[in-house]
Structures are given as C-alpha cells and as structure tokens.
Design a protein around this ligand. Structure first.
Ligand SMILES: N[C@@H](CCC(=O)N[C@@H](CS)C(=O)NCC(=O)O)C(=O)O
Length: 203
C-alpha cells in the first residue's frame, strides 16, 4: 500500500497520525501540490480525478481518495471505529462536521500564509468571513467537549484524529485558541496518546 500525500498536507497528516496511534506505517509518496503536480493528466487519470491528496493506493492498484474514507478503511475492526451502531453514527457525524464546517476555514489562512498569497482587499474580506466561520466551528467543538475527554465515548476514535489535525496547526494561519480551553486540553490529550505523531514541521 502507498499513501499519496504532500509534505505539509493536514489531510495526509490525519492518516499518518491514525497509523502512528495504531502502531502501523505506510509508504508515503509526496507531491508538490503548489507546483500543480496533482493536476497532471497522469495524476488525474490514475490517482484521483479530483486532483487532491491524500490518496491511498492498495496493493491491487485500487485508489481511495479522501482522508475520511482512508481513515475509516484503516480503523475498521480496531477500537478507533467501534462496532456499536450509534457510536459509529456519532463518529461519522463528527467526521462530516470536520469536512463541512471546520476544515476549509482552518486550513485556508494557513495555506495563504504558507504560499505567501498576496492579501488583496477581496481576500481580506474573505479572510474575515473565514475566521468568523472557523471560530464558530471551534466554538461547537468547545461546547461539545465540556465534561468530555474525547468526542465519542470514553476513548479516542477516528473522529478525534480527523478533528485534531487542523486545530493543532491553525495558529500557523493566525488563529488563537485562548478562548477555547476545552479544545486545548483535548489537543493535549491526543498528544499524550502512545504512538502520537506530530504535525509536519512541529515537534
Ligand atoms: N476532502 C479532502 C480534501 C483534500 C485536500 O484538500 N487536499 C489538499 C492538501 S491538504 C490538496 O490536495 N490540495 C491540492 C489542490 O487542491 O490542488 C480530504 O479530506 O482528503
């Protein structure tokens, strides 16, 4: 199996973190997403028609894009994805929340900083909206974590791994977590798990 990824990809990091926590590893092939490598005809035709990483390539050549799908593939049959129907549905709920309400808002300011994108007036206005939505999503997590150690049940699941990646590096885009003590305590709880792997470029 091979994981197609990119060095600074938060979505690729989610998969590497889950594998680390599970005591497993995978061969990683890194692309230069900024240079457009994931939009070459070869990549679009053979790896992912969406032009994005991560993509898991199975030994028989089957390709599986989307960090959530890849994590569910690896977590099946482990404590990271329990068998109980309600617990599973709650895990999916948080993974869908991460993709729709959190990911883009937390990743975009970081990406623009990393790529030194010029902040025009239009982008300035977009950033204000992005930060508003990003802090709203962090507020949802903060409220849910009140009195809880992890997002679903009493122990870490694939939902925690999915939700962890972008809040952990959102300071690189200018977010501050000072008003989110439950989120900060939960980040530290994840960091204390055996097999924890730090995000790219962070100790
Ligand atoms: N929903 C996808 C998002 C994947 C995604 O946005 N990947 C970024 C890297 S973190 C990418 O490949 N960007 C390159 C591009 O969009 O051209 C997932 O969770 O895997």
């Amino acid at each position: 199996m091979r994981l197609h990824s990119a060095p600074k990809s938060g979505n690729g990091y989610k998969v590497r973190l889950l594998l680390g926590l599970m005591g497993e590893g995978v061969e990683v092939i890194d692309y230069n997403t900024r240079g457009g490598e994931t939009h070459s005809p070869g990549f679009l035709g053979n790896v992912n028609p969406d032009g994005r990483v991560p993509v898991l390539e199975l030994d028989d050549g089957t390709t599986l894009p989307e960090s959530g799908a890849i994590m569910l593939f690896f977590a099946e049959g482990t404590p990271y994805l329990p068998g109980d129907r309600v617990e599973r549905a709650q895990i999916f709920r948080w993974m869908f929340f991460e993709q729709y309400s959190l990911l883009l808002y937390l990743s975009r300011p970081r990406l623009w900083k990393m790529w030194e994108v010029e902040i025009t007036e239009v982008r300035e206005a977009q950033l204000a909206e992005i930060f508003e939505q990003g802090y709203r999503a962090l507020g949802v997590m903060e409220r849910h974590l009140e009195g809880r150690e992890f997002f679903v049940g009493e122990r870490p699941t694939v939902a925690d791994v999915a939700l962890y990646a972008y809040p952990r590096v959102c300071d690189e885009g200018g977010y501050e977590l000072g008003d989110y003590p439950n989120v900060r305590a939960w980040l530290e709880r994840v960091e204390a798990l055996p097999g924890y792997v730090p995000p790219p470029g962070r100790a």
